[in-house]
Design a protein around this ligand. Structure first.
Ligand SMILES: [Mg+2]
Length: 264
């Protein structure tokens, strides 16, 4: 008997890029729940944001990776664990400020923005914007549409040992941990080797590259070149594409006769 788990990005993948609605994915989420297959959020969101989102989306497993894989949480009763796998936000802020000084970059880190500004960039409520700014081991960066010294900025971050990941809305400063690190942590934690991963952004690539089955959720209105070779592409953006891609896998019998948790 082979067990599977599903790892999914949230913004622009399970959640609509603009409205944050997840309901178009409910038929597939329900079918996965019926089969006992855990659906694990792997997101750039913070633990505080995810705690509030889990109250809205009853299908998410009590395991999750936040802040682009830098913070992983197992919230199952009796098994509660929380680990920080990445560099502290203070270190990322040092790298960011050094790279800005060196290149004259005019981008804005979340630590420099107000809740109001983050709400305007994201369409989140003011309260949710506050939760989004409460970071432990990641740093989203807002950047201007025309940014001639973007490559120089990225190189200046990398020269200090950091990385710059491209999300759907922001760049994300990161250290050695990414969503691929989180995927490996989940495999160790659940003893489930077979994974379906879904994501829309460049910050999902490390997770998609390690998954048994990788599904790219397209972005509305843009035709971003695919960076990975072994990947399926959903036919629609956001939760509608998520729903269709997962129902299609189930229709092909991928999970038949399996349970999400291995019997031990
Ligand atoms: Mg995304």
């Amino acid at each position: 008997m082979t067990a599977w788990m599903v790892l999914t990005d949230l913004d622009g993948t399970l959640l609509d890029h603009d409205s944050y609605d997840w309901h178009p994915a409910e038929p597939a989420l329900q079918a996965l729940q019926t089969r006992g297959i855990p659906v694990i959020a792997v997101t750039s969101k913070t633990p505080a944001e995810l705690a509030s989102l889990r109250l809205e989306i009853p299908y998410l497993a009590p395991l999750m990776a936040c802040e682009n894989g830098a913070v992983v949480i197992d919230d199952r009763a009796g098994l509660q664990t929380r680990e920080v796998l990445g560099e502290a936000t203070d270190t990322l802020i040092d790298w960011f400020e050094h790279a800005c000084r060196e290149t004259g970059a005019r981008c804005i880190g979340f630590h420099q923005a107000s809740d109001q500004q983050v709400a305007e960039w994201t369409g989140l409520t003011l309260a949710d914007a506050g939760l989004a700014r409460d970071r432990e081991a990641s740093l989203p960066v807002y950047y201007p549409a025309q940014w001639p010294n973007r490559t120089a900025f990225i190189e200046a971050v990398e020269a200090q040992g950091g990385r710059v990941l491209e999300g759907g809305r922001f760049l994300h400063l990161a250290g050695h941990a990414d969503k691929g690190t989180a995927l490996k942590w989940m495999i160790d934690r659940l003893h489930i080797e077979r994974t379906v991963a879904l994501g829309d952004g460049g910050n999902d690539d490390a997770m998609l590259a390690l998954a048994t089955i990788a599904i790219r959720i397209p972005t509305a209105g843009t035709d971003r070149p695919e960076s990975l070779t072994s990947i399926q592409r959903a036919s629609q953006p956001g939760p509608a594409g998520w729903n269709e891609a997962m129902l299609s896998l189930m229709g092909q019998g991928l999970f038949d006769g399996t349970r999400g948790e291995r019997n031990e």
